[in-house]
Design a protein around this ligand. Structure first.
Ligand code: COA
Length: 474
């Protein structure tokens, strides 16, 4: 243990102790050794309760507020592990030996620089895009590296182009066969280079997963740099995953304590059951598309304010409240308008989210020395007390992971528009682990919808419709 981060470990162990004491009387979840398909379950709206797959990756016990990855409790992982070790655990299902971890770390470091991908990305108006849209685009561009179809090897050479006048692009109306159609190439049968990766294995397997886990921080950090009118920063191979990410994003090497807190935040967000973005990734993978497309789907799903986008909304909400003294009035007004409080409530947790239990003391620790964050933290705790006393009792609504993460990120120098990309940088480890696991026994996802519309309607040609509507309304 590092002496300079012992205090952080103590905070986590204290939170763990409190959580275990509070939930000791709630029975543990029933163990289900195997699922015998087809399985019976009660399904609510939003697929609540539906069983989509078996998994060994992670487990959420909503009643007790427990979260574990491959059997290891989240409090222990945050207290003693690192993001690199945790992402290895999720991908391979077991903790690494020293040698295995060193090899894995070396692979991540090797995959960090993405000059080709960033060059392509910088051809787009990144500064005008939502960072999650840019991240999703960057993930697609990473695909060039590992798929023969998209790679330079698979691309026609310029002398095969019929015309390449860039000025003509916006004016193309009939590109097929016209001169000056930059996208048109003489049709030639391209032969697969002997060293080309086989089929989609390259883009569907472990290699692509590691590429994505290593590469997403580079893309996310570059997006922030470009938005801030700076060039992307070269990764530093001497820094660990969390420290390097912070460095590439903010331009400053973090302190040991900042590095440790960032590492914990990445561990906390790495996996979380069959949430919307994980399911989206798995649905795409189940078509035997590839991991890059799957992760792109995960990023898209994560961007919504009901999922990963909530952390940014929480900070905006806390700022708009204007201070702890306004919390009560704000809360009453919000409840009267029947609006939801961001960072509160969860589909699965019916008690405190354990991630919020860890992030709250970390936010408190950092906010002490951060004048802008201190009033936000006081506002947050005041609001938490009110919500837990009212909505907690009535509807089992408690703080979720997003309630305190924004304050932590603010103190680490991360701007609010980057909060959700930071979530993605971590969650890519869970997405890839679950995609790989599902592909071992893949079956394409195909639920059904119950049709409640009409049958046997008579088709009216368009000219007759207005008359018909008039007749029926008079
Ligand atoms: C996370 C979330 C989407 C879960 O949604 P869900 O399981 O579908 O729960 P519902 O939206 O059906 O809510 C159930 C009830 O609790 C209330 N509720 C849920 N979250 C609430 C919140 N954050 N603030 C106030 N009321 C809330 C709903 O209004 C509803 O009340 P009703 O039964 O009287 O109509 C939801 O709690 C939410 O929108 N939270 C805020 C966004 C957020 O923090 N997201 C991050 C999740 S990690």
């Amino acid at each position: 243990m590092n002496i300079r981060t012992d205090a952080i470990t103590e905070l986590i162990l204290k939170a763990a102790h409190e959580a275990r004491e509070e939930t000791a009387n709630i029975p543990a979840a029933e163990r289900i050794p195997r699922v015998n398909w087809p399985v019976e379950c009660t399904v609510g709206p939003g697929l609540e309760g539906a069983i989509a797959s078996e998994t060994r990756v992670g487990f959420v016990n909503g009643a007790r507020g427990e979260l574990s990855y491959c059997g290891y409790d989240i409090f222990d992982l945050c207290a003693y592990s690192s993001f690199e070790e945790v992402s290895y655990l999720l991908l391979y299902g077991k903790l690494p030996t020293v040698k295995q971890l060193d090899t894995y770390k070396a692979k991540l470091i090797k995959d960090r620089p993405l000059p080709h991908t960033l060059r392509l990305l910088m051809g787009f108006p990144v500064e005008e895009m939502h960072p999650m849209a840019a991240l999703r685009l960057g993930t697609n561009l990473m695909r060039h590296r590992l798929t023969w179809h998209d790679s330079d090897a698979g691309r026609p050479s310029p002398d095969q182009a019929i015309g390449a006048d860039e000025d003509s692009i916006p004016m193309e109306t009939a590109p097929k066969g016209e001169q000056k159609a930059i996208y048109e190439f003489k049709s030639t049968k391209k032969t697969r280079p002997p060293n080309a990766p086989q089929g989609t294995e390259d883009a569907a397997g472990l290699r692509a997963c590691i590429h994505l886990i290593a590469g997403l921080p580079t893309i996310a950090a570059a997006i922030e740099r470009i938005r801030d009118h700076h060039l992307p920063i070269e990764p530093d191979p001497e820094l660990g995953h969390a420290a390097n990410f912070l460095y590439m994003m903010t331009g400053t090497r973090p302190t040991t304590e900042e590095e440790r807190i960032m590492d914990i935040a990445l561990i906390l967000h790495a996996d979380h059951g069959m949430n919307a973005s994980t399911f989206a990734s798995m649905v795409v993978a189940s078509t035997l598309s590839d991991v890059y497309f799957s992760i792109g789907a995960g990023i898209a799903a994560l961007s919504g304010p009901l999922h990963g986008g909530a952390n940014e909304e929480v900070l905006k909400m806390l700022e708009s409240i204007g201070g702890p003294e306004n919390v009560e009035t704000w809360f009453e007004k919000t409840m009267r308008k029947k609006k939801k409080i961001m960072g509160m409530g969860h589909r699965v947790y019916k008690t405190y989210d354990p991630r919020a239990r860890i992030l709250a003391p970390l936010a408190a620790h950092l906010a002490k020395n951060h004048p802008a964050a201190a009033p936000l933290f006081r506002t947050a705790t005041q609001l938490e007390t009110l919500v837990v006393a009212t909505l907690g009792k009535e509807k089992q609504i408690f703080p979720n992971v997003d309630f305190y993460s924004g304050i932590v990120y603010k103190c680490l120098g991360i701007p609010p528009h980057m909060f959700t990309p930071v979530f993605a940088v971590s969650r890519v480890s869970g997405w890839t682990a679950r995609v790989l696991e599902y592909l071992k026994k893949n079956r394409i996802f195909r639920p059904r919808a119950i049709y409640v519309g009409d049958f046997g309607k008579e088709y009216t040609p368009i000219e007759g419709r207005a008359k018909k509507v008039k007749q029926t309304t008079t």
